[in-house]
Every structure is written in C-alpha cells, then in structure tokens.
Design a binder for this molecule. Structure first.
Ligand SMILES: Cc1cc2nc3c(=O)[nH]c(=O)nc-3n(C[C@H](O)[C@H](O)[C@H](O)COP(=O)(O)O)c2cc1C
Ligand code: SF4
Length: 508
C-alpha cells in the first residue's frame, strides 16, 4: 500500500509529520506493510494535511487529515469521514491546467527517476540537441513573460545575455518571494525542485553561462533543505557539473540564502546581496543582462519563469503559447490567500476574470461576509473592488484597470476591512523596507505614513497632500518599491473614499 503525506511547509505546519507518524504506527499495529511517501502539496490549503492512497483507479484523497484519522484509513477506507474521492476529481484540482505545477504533489520531489517518469529532463535533452540560438528562439516564441512581477519577455532577456560579449555569464534565480499572499515559488521548490534545476540548466546552455545561483529567502527553511538535497542529487546524477548529461557542456548551481529584506527581491539589490554587499538598488542602465553579477552579463529570472522552461522545450513553443489571452500567454499559478474560503494554488491559463477567481474558485470569503476588496500582486499591488471584478487576468488588462498582476498573489479582505488602515500599512511597509538610495521613497514613505495619520485623525486637508506625495513617489523613485507603493494607497482612497472620510466625519 502506497500512501502520500505532503512534506510541504504548509502541510507540515498543519501537522503532516504527526500524520505520517500516526499512519506508520497504525499500519504497524495492524501488521500491514505500507510505504509512506512524502510528496509536495496539491495546493488546496484548506484540505491540508491531504493524505492520498494509491489505488488501481487513481489516488484517493483524504483531508484535512489528523493523527486520529489514521486507524480508520486501514479499517474502513470507503467509509472514512475525511474521504474526498479521487484526487484528480476534486473540483479545485480538476478545473486547473497544470503545466508549471504538473508534477507538484504527484511525485516524490527528491526522486530523479520519478521526475523523469513524469516527463522531467525531456526539455533539457531536446535543448542539448539544439543550437543555443534555437533554444532562445523557442522560449521567445512561447510568449513566456517573467513571473516575478514585471512581466518582461523571458526570451528577449535571454537573447540580450546571449549576445553580450564576454566569456563569463551567469543565471540567477530569484527565489526571494517577498510578496504578501505569495507562495508559488516555495511550493514549486519543495514539490518539484528538479524542474527549477532543469530550467536553469537550459537557460545556461542557451545563453552560454556555466554557473547559476539561486537566491532564496531565509524564511523558507524547508525549501532551502529540499533544494540543497536536490542539487547534490543532480550533481551525483550528472545533471549538473562539468558535463551536463554527458554533453561535454558544463553548468552548476550554488544556493545563496537572503537575510530577510523585501527589496533584496529587486534584481539589482539581489545581485549586490549575492556579491556580499548591502542590498541596495543599482541605477539602471546598465541592465543586469549587460552588466549583472560581478559586472558580467546575467539572466535574472523568477523561479516560476525558469521552472516553466522545461515544459516549453519538451512540448514546443506553440503548445505553451496556445494557452492564454492577448500578450499574456500560457498559464499562471495563482495564489489565493487572505480571507478566502478555498485558499491555495490554482494554475490556469490567463483570461479568467478576477470575479471568477475570487468567487467561483476561491468561494468568496472564509468569514462568509461579502468581499470588500482584493489586493493583487503583493504589497505594492492595487486594491480591486468588486466593481472591477470583470477584469480579465492578464498583464495589460490589469494595467489598464490601474493595477498589476505581479507574482499573482491575491489577498482577499471582507467588508470589515478598514482600507485607510491598509493604505497606512502599505506606506509603512515601504518606509520599513526602503533601501534608502533615493529620496522620494526614503523620505516620501515616512511622510506618507504621517499624512495618512493626519487623515485618520480627521484632517481632510491632508488628502490632496497625500495625492501629491504619491505622484512624486510614483514618478521620482528609482525602483518599483517607492514607485508602486502609491498603488495600494491611491486605489484604497479612490475606491473606498468613505473609509478615509469616516474619521473626518467623526471629528466634525
Ligand atoms: C521591491 C521589489 C521586490 C521584488 N521582489 C521579487 C521577488 O521576490 N521575486 C521575484 O522573482 N522578483 C521580484 N522582483 C522583480 C525583480 O526585480 C525582477 O524583475 C525579476 O526577478 C525578474 O525575473 P522574471 O523576468 O522572471 O520575472 C521585485 C522587484 C521589486 C522592485
Ligand atoms: S525606490 Fe526605495 S527601495 Fe527603490 S531604490 Fe529608491 S529608496 Fe531604494
């Protein structure tokens, strides 16, 4: 009997280790021989820990599982109170198109044979048989855009690095994942680390880089441990090293752990941090693609961008490009968080409306009260009220509605939320995390907090000042931390003016 119990950090936080131990004990007490495999998470947070049992018809799901549920799994599985039926038929999973996350929750994350059996390494093998320019062209043709936030076309970035002169180039994977409501990078690394390693190896071969770095946040100890073990296994299997899969072409990866700074997710601050310098933002130009890590041409890509490359190479650019809308091609792993009934990871082609995502897929709020707003794209993303819920999920569509999709983290709040307090939180976050390099952000964010406090104290004359300050930050900041902090502030003010007027009315 094969039983899957996720070792994903979320599942572990909800008791998955105790569940695995209880299952082993219950099986031993009954004299049963069972194999307990620790997989990644299927991404249905409200069902974790989600236990699966392999059957000839497919895997059966049980959740949310606790140690007390273990005995019944062996005694009367068909009548188990936590039975959910076939995993693949659970509606939240069935409605998805899993390309980047195809193997997450399915395989043993550290079993290379399992990885290969589920389609792994096909992309790298194909890339090794192609000319590097053709690999870059394939990624460009797929329409893949950076999943870290800015949405820059990945193929164009790679082409720039490939064309830059010099013998030493680097691939840097951005696994800093600082956005509120975001967890896709963590889930991918914990559930399918070889996909990221394979994607980075393909990137290295394509642009002529023999060295890669993964910059990962220290708050992800499980992901760090899994990736560290996966890198060692990949080296042992010849997937990394002096001759990738016996090709005679070398590529290796080093892991670097950040120290808890949001701005170190910004690519140039990240490069400084890897170099051992303070994590402050560099002025651009030069772009990292021309002068990046230690001044060498560098590809900086998000985990999801790189982990999507293997399937593009394996199935072809057209296969990936056929999903999506407009200039947003392929799929996006959405992350539903905050006050939402069905939170978790939902990978789907671009194009669903925000309302479909929040209400149909997310099931509305966990509190049962009406949704007041959704913040999309992290702490610098705009708040969307239900009036904008017909906005299709796509880069251009969200920009036209005054927001951004960023890394596709969505934080839902219900009608009890105070949007003035949330606007203040955004400004304060900017003040705390500012790297201090430019004045509009360093000073502006502090003044922004003070101005919002004046509004909260009933001073309505501070509202035009806040708008003026936000405009200065938007136009004058060196990077998107200061430049985008006005989005959550102004969207809160524009869509929920009553929350800003309440204090004034109380003072009058
Ligand atoms: C303040 C700030 C924080 C950022 N944090 C992240 C992050 O945690 N992860 C990430 O991939 N990109 C982050 N970015 C975007 C990166 O600068 C960069 O655009 C990205 O890593 C490029 O990879 P991509 O093209 O694959 O998206 C951040 C940007 C800013 C301005
Ligand atoms: S906007 Fe803020 S974080 Fe970005 S460079 Fe300026 S001070 Fe640093």
């Amino acid at each position: 009997m094969k039983i899957y119990v996720p070792a994903d950090a979320l599942a572990r936080a909800l008791g998955a280790d105790a569940v695995a131990a209880a299952l082993a004990a219950a099986a031993a007490a009954r004299g049963l021989v069972v194999q307990i495999l620790r997989n990644g998470s299927r991404g249905m947070a409200w069902l974790e820990p989600l236990v699966e049992v392999e059957t000839p018809e497919g895997r059966l799901a049980f959740g949310p599982f606790s140690g007390a549920d273990a005995g019944a799994l062996f005694d009367a599985p068909e009548a188990h109170p936590k039975a959910l039926g076939l995993t693949e038929e659970v509606p939240f999973l069935k409605r998805q198109t899993r390309l980047t996350f195809a193997r997450v929750g399915v395989i043993d994350p550290l079993d290379l044979a399992d990885y290969e059996a589920e389609g792994g390494l096909a992309g790298l093998r194909r890339a090794l048989a192609m000319r590097p320019e053709a690999v870059v062209a394939e990624v460009a043709d797929s329409g893949l855009r950076g999943r870290g936030g800015a949405g820059f076309p990945t193929g164009i970035k790679w082409r720039t690095v490939a064309a830059a002169p010099g013998p030493q180039k680097y691939i840097v994977c951005n696994a800093d994942e600082g956005d509120s409501g975001s967890f896709a990078d963590r889930m991918l690394i914990e559930g399918d680390p070889f996909a990221l390693i394979e994607g980075m190896a393909i990137a290295g071969l394509a642009v002529g880089a023999d060295k890669g770095f993964v910059y990962i946040r220290s708050e992800y100890p499980d992901a760090i441990a899994v990736l560290g073990r996966a890198l060692a296994l990949a080296r042992g299997a010849g997937l990394l090293g002096a001759s990738v899969l016996g090709s005679g072409r070398g590529f290796d990866i080093e892991l670097r752990v950040g120290a808890g700074s949001y701005v170190c997710g910004e690519e140039t601050a990240l490069l400084n941090s890897i170099e051992g310098k303070r994590g402050t933002v560099r002025a651009k130009p030069p772009l990292p693609a021309i002068e990046g890590l230690w001044g060498k041409p560098t590809v900086v890509n998000n985990v999801l961008s790189l982990a999507t490359v293997p399937i593009i190479l394996a199935r072809g650019a057209g296969y990936y490009r056929d999903f999506g809308i407009g200039r947003s091609r392929g799929t996006m792993p959405l992350q539903l968080a905050g006050n939402v009934r069905f939170g978790g990871l939902f990978e789907v082609p671009f194009g669903l409306t925000l309302g479909e995502i929040v209400n149909d897929i997310g099931g509305g709020t966990a509190s049962g009260r009406p949704v007041k707003a959704v913040q999309v794209g992290g702490p610098l993303g705009a708040w969307f009220p239900p009036a904008l819920f017909d906005t299709p999920f796509g880069y251009e569509e969200f920009a036209a509605a005054g927001g951004l999709i960023g890394h596709a983290g969505l934080v839902v709040v219900d009608e009890s939320a105070d949007m003035l307090a949330l606007a203040r939180f955004a400004m304060e976050f900017c003040a705390v995390e500012s790297c201090g390099k430019c004045t509009p952000c360093r000073i502006g964010s502090v003044r922004g907090v003070e101005t919002l406090d004046r509004i909260a104290a009933g001073d309505g004359t501070a509202v035009p000042l806040l708008r003026d300050l936000c405009e200065t930050m938007r136009l004058g900041s060196l990077c998107a931390l200061g430049g985008f902090a006005p989005y959550p502030v102004l969207s809160a003010l524009d869509h929920f003016p009553q929350d800003f007027a309440r204090a004034r009315e109380a003072a009058e």
